[in-house]
Design a protein around this ligand. Structure first.
Ligand code: PGA
Length: 259
């Protein structure tokens, strides 16, 4: 159980059409009217950001982009800038999701540039980290996540940490139906927090929210969120189902000690 306000992110990935995105956003906005102790962020496909942001406007639901360029506006065909993300009413940016880090080969150096561009633009950045199955099987989980945290936060000043959330997502658990056990996930979350403390200080590390992601569903959410260093979740598949997403948000609300 955490003392930090829980956060649930819904990563819609490359799913929905305009009408589905609007319906899903409306149902999440309606649901959060009844749930006040969880921060909810939706990450729709970039082409629907403006539409979803306008639906969420005036509600407590925050909207973010799944990715943005590390470059300012300019000659970068097909990309979107952090300034554009901000301009259409978004407050958040996802950086380093494994489908980009591993799927598209984005390096720590690139992710560090994207993260810093997002923070500099005043966006809240959700940084995803996590080990692959071969890395886990080779007992490299700790080394991998520590290295990702250190490299991705390079040059980020302490005062910018208030704009950072970290999502630990073991790559083998994403979309696979497999989940880390709550105890295994807690161990990695504690290590991530300890790494942030070693880079900055204990107080700053204590304040950073660390979410778990990878096949979070209504039936495993409560046990995961009950762990001391798990402050909510980043949800893929289940975020496309309003009923499942609501149940996960409610589980996060119930895990909050002071809410
Ligand atoms: P999943 O995705 O919940 O479908 O496993 C999680 C994520 O990719 O963030």
């Amino acid at each position: 159980m955490s003392e930090r306000t829980p956060c649930i992110g819904g990563n819609w990935k490359m799913n929905t059409r305009s009408a589905d995105a609007a319906a899903l956003a409306n149902s999440v906005v309606e649901m959060t009217d009844r749930i006040s102790n969880v921060d909810v962020v939706l990450f729709p496909p970039s082409i629907y950001l403006q539409e979803v942001a306008s639906i969420a406007s005036g509600s407590s639901v925050a909207i973010g982009a799944q990715d943005a360029s590390e470059h300012p506006d300019g000659a970068w065909t097909g990309q979107i800038s952090v300034g554009m993300v901000h301009d259409v009413g978004c407050s958040h940016l996802l950086v380093g999701h494994s489908e980009r880090r591993h799927g598209l080969g984005e390096s720590d150096q690139l992710l560090n540039s994207k993260l810093r561009a997002g923070l500099d633009a005043g966006l809240q950045v959700m940084l995803c980290i996590g080990e692959t199955l071969p890395q886990r099987e080779a007992d490299k989980t700790a080394a991998v996540v520590v290295e990702q945290v250190k490299s991705d936060l390079l040059g980020v000043p302490r005062e910018a940490l208030s704009g950072l959330t970290i999502a630990y997502e073991p790559v083998w658990a994403i979309g696979s139906g497999l989940t880390a056990s709550p105890e295994d996930a807690q161990e990695v979350h504690a290590l991530v927090r300890q790494t942030v403390a070693s880079l900055y200080d204990v107080e700053s590390a204590h304040a950073v929210r660390i979410l778990y992601g990878g096949s979070v569903k209504p039936d495993n959410a409560a046990d995961l969120f009950a762990q001391e260093d798990i402050d909510g979740g980043l949800i893929g598949g289940a975020s496309l189902d309003p009923g499942q997403f609501q149940a996960i948000v409610e589980a996060a609300g119930q895990s909050c000690r002071q809410c």
